[in-house]
Design a binder for this molecule. Structure first.
Ligand code: BGC
Length: 774
């Protein structure tokens, strides 16, 4: 194979070989039985042979049950349509009885008895709510994400739902964009690890197990780069940046066997993602050899008209279909036009068959033909299992990021709280469990509020509760009552931030501070002189610089889910030591957005210039900076505190010189290539408590054909250290770690100067240096 190098140019040949190697649909021990299962194909073909044009189109049609859908259609006559084989999938049906009712029509009344695929947005748990995905990612622990998705799959499948529109694997660099809450943050390496973990958890070891559900990696692609952070806004992403940052988590989901992908709302370089043959055909089908199903986002086929690339429904349907969208979510345009498009030759029968194959393959892989119905009696028993609630608590504890822990009145860090009896005032609109764990879908289940969980430790009567203000409103009297309450207590725990509907879809914000009068409340409570712990609940980082200067202890709790109350109480009292780390750069002010650590250096980096001061001379002015804000984030990507402290020894590496040619040879063998380099460092717990530390490895490459980021995450590991204990943490870096998307958009290693950091976050640590030779 390598002999081809001299003939065709090393980079091209090796790149093609890499795709062939790493993306072919194969059944390996790491890829569970699913859509790639070859034995499905004969069954798919035999069903396909018996289908009429109308029935084929029907498989590509999806509606949201109970809601009139589609532009102007107002359609809700699903019974009749199902009986005629005109619907392939329904979603938003949650009642198992109703699911069986629809399924019975498909299985008994439709000519071919093809089961309906029932979907739902099961985003961070079905009934047992886990922390939002941004919180789950802050654990930096893919095994927790995998277990949480397993629980979600068990609960949802018991209800009859066999398809989730999750994981959202969009890279999010801009906290204004509300959907940052739904993903794993700004980094493609971490995002890829999380994407694969979600898919493994949802789909289990066999997609046809009754408790497995099909995953759907969304929103393909670039949706998170919405201009100005405004949801649904356009995106402009070069092919290089797309391949380097935005595509990898989708590729990881495909490699993990995801059954489906969802095309996004955004236009990408002028071509809407739902009609984009480059991303849907070239990258997804040709390069990655994806064999599963592509569904549009909600009416995103219909939205091709306002986007401006179609002037009528028929054109919108044709463009989406020919670009590679198999299933039309709710617009009804495939139902209305696809038969005619095929009969008139605007789409070929072969193209139609291929799309139907993708749908049938997923249904067969799920075992739906053999087991179409759900056991209605058993459904409720799968919900809220004590182990699931316990896992949700662990996940929440691991998701909290300790942002600040300055000294309290006794001259020691305020947290953890002393176990001695305390009178605690819980103040703020988010102090009750009913408000903060919410997210889609809303659940009930066993919950213990934060005040109740605190009372379990300090005793009833020692915890008082004051709302202070609402999320968006509040009166002087309410603030005064909260201040009086704080004055009577030994400690104020402030529960402030965003309600759950202030992040997620259609929840972009232009201001990232505390909403409403919450900042006023915070300052009034701090001015009482009482020690204050601020718990920030949000689906994004919030710009609260005043708090980071004046409030001794601040925890980012995200939206922590059903067990948020007990998890927080345990954290405050030190029964658990926080170990979460940020997966997004935390801005100082909204004007810094989009803000991300893996940025390019620019031609005029600010270097040693003091950015805390306005520019005073030419040297401090004509650099890449603001005249009124620092460049650095409030807290960098990867940052998170602990009740203990860790020191990092020097990073050492196993080789001072690597060869680009040898790395490229290794790429062909990916992912089984041997490590090209190992890097290690000693980490010591220098504090007095046991703790977990997320150790991170970053690299930088200089001298390459395309400018590379100042740092790129290439490894991470969580270790547990007893006080005084040291561990050597060793990372193996495979050839892939050093390959870049070069000036020709090929994935290959190049000669470069290399730096390697093993560090506690993206901004600290000292680097080992090496060289990549020709
Ligand atoms: C969202 C998707 C979601 C779909 C179905 C859309 O509005 O963008 O993320 O899966 O609705 O509920």
């Amino acid at each position: 194979m390598i002999s081809g190098v001299t003939l065709c140019g090393p980079v091209l040949v090796l790149t093609v070989a890499l795709f062939a190697q790493s993306s072919s649909p194969r059944l390996s021990p790491d890829q569970p039985r699913g859509i790639a299962e070859p034995s499905l194909d004969p069954r798919v073909e035999s069903i396909l042979r018996g289908m009429t044009l109308e029935e084929k189109v029907g498989q590509l049609v999806q509606y949201s049950a109970g809601q009139p859908t589609g532009p102007g259609t107002g359609r809700t006559d699903y019974d009749d349509m199902i009986a005629r084989g005109q619907i392939g999938s329904l979603f938003n049906v949650i009642d198992p009885h109703e699911i069986n009712k629809y399924q019975k029509i498909a299985m008994e009344k439709s000519r071919l008895h093809i089961p309906i695929l029932f979907g739902l947005d099961v985003i961070h748990g079905f009934k047992t709510e886990f922390p939002i995905p941004l919180g789950l990612a802050s654990t930096w622990d893919p095994s927790i994400v995998e277990k949480a998705s397993r629980v979600a799959a068990m609960e949802a499948s018991a209800d009859g739902i066999r398809w989730t529109f999750s994981p959202m694997v969009d890279i999010a660099r801009d906290a204004r964009w509300g959907r940052m809450a739904e993903g794993a943050g700004e980094d493609p390496f971490l995002g890829s690890a999380m994407a694969a973990a979600y898919v493994r958890g949802y789909q289990g070891s066999h997609l046809d197990a009754p408790d497995s559900i099909a995953a759907c990696a969304k929103h393909y692609v670039g949706y998170g780069a919405a201009e100005a952070g405004r949801d649904y806004s356009s995106t402009e992403i070069s092919e290089h940046t797309l391949r380097q940052f935005y595509l990898p988590p989708f590729h990881a989901a495909v490699e993990a066997g995801t059954a489906s992908l969802m095309s996004a709302f955004n236009s990408l370089n002028g071509v809407p993602s739902t009609a984009n043959p480059f991303t849907l055909k070239q990258v997804l089908r040709k390069e990655w050899r994806f064999r599963g199903l592509v569904v549009s986002d909600w009416n995103s086929v219909g939205e091709l008209i306002p986007h401006g690339i179609a002037v009528d429904g028929a054109t919108a349907a044709r463009k989406a279909f020919l670009a590679g969208v198999d299933m039309d979510m709710v617009s009804s345009l495939y139902h209305d036009h696809l038969q005619q498009l095929v009969s008139s030759g605007q789409a070929t029968p072969a193209e139609l068959d291929e799309a139907v194959r993708h749908v049938l393959r997923v249904k067969l892989a799920l075992g739906l033909f053999d087991h179409p119905f759900v056991d209605e009696e058993a459904a409720p028993k799968a919900l809220y299992h004590p182990d699931s609630i316990a896992l949700a608590q662990t996940a929440a504890e691991r998701s909290f990021v300790l942002l600040r822990n300055a000294n309290g009145p006794d001259g020691r860090p305020l947290l953890p709280l002393a176990t001695a009896p305390l009178n605690i005032a819980v103040i703020g609109p988010l102090g009750d469990d009913s408000s903060y764990p919410a997210g889609a879908p809303p659940g009930s289940g066993p919950r213990i509020s934060l005040p109740a969980a605190l009372a379990q430790r300090v005793g009833e009567g020692h915890v008082s509760r004051f709302k202070g203000v609402g999320i968006l409103d509040g009166t002087d009297q309410e603030i005064a009552a909260a201040v009086a309450g704080a004055q009577k207590a030994d400690l104020a725990v402030l529960a402030l931030g965003e309600s759950s509907d202030m992040s997620g879809e259609a929840a972009s914000r232009a201001h990232l501070g505390l909403p409403g009068r919450q900042q006023e409340l915070l300052e009034a409570i701090v001015h009482t002189g009482k020690p204050v712990v601020l718990i920030l609940f949000s689906g994004r980082p919030l710009t609260v610089p005043w708090a980071f200067e004046h409030v001794p202890a601040v925890i980012a709790a995200w939206l922590p889910g059903i067990s948020g109350g007990p998890a927080l109480a345990r954290t405050l009292f030190g029964e658990v030591n926080p170990s979460g780390k940020l997966v997004v750069s935390w801005p100082r002010s909204v004007g810094q957005e989009p803000l991300y650590y893996n940025a390019l250096n620019t031609g005029r980096p600010s270097g040693d210039v003091d950015l805390t001061r306005p520019p005073a001379d030419i040297a401090s002015r004509y650099v890449s900076r603001y005249i009124d804000e620092q460049n650095t984030p409030q807290f960098p990507f990867g940052y998170g505190g602990s009740y203990t402290s860790f020191t990092y020894g020097t990073t050492t590496i196993s080789a001072q010189r690597l060869s680009a040619a040898a790395l490229n040879k290794g790429l062909v063998a990916a992912p089984n290539a041997v490590a090209a380099m190992t890097a290690e460092a000693d980490i010591t717990n220098t504090g007095s408590r046991p703790g977990q530390e997320v150790v991170q490895l970053y690299i930088q490459l200089r001298g390459t054909s395309v400018a590379e980021p100042v740092r790129m995450l290439k490894g991470f590991r969580t270790i547990t250290l007893a006080p005084g204990e040291s561990k050597k943490v060793k990372f193996e870096l495979k050839p892939e770690a050093f390959a870049i998307w070069n000036a020709r958009n090929e994935f290959a290693a190049e000669p470069a100067e290399l730096k390697v950091w093993i560090s506690p976050d993206s901004a600290r640590g000292s680097a080992a240096e090496a060289e990549i030779m020709q």
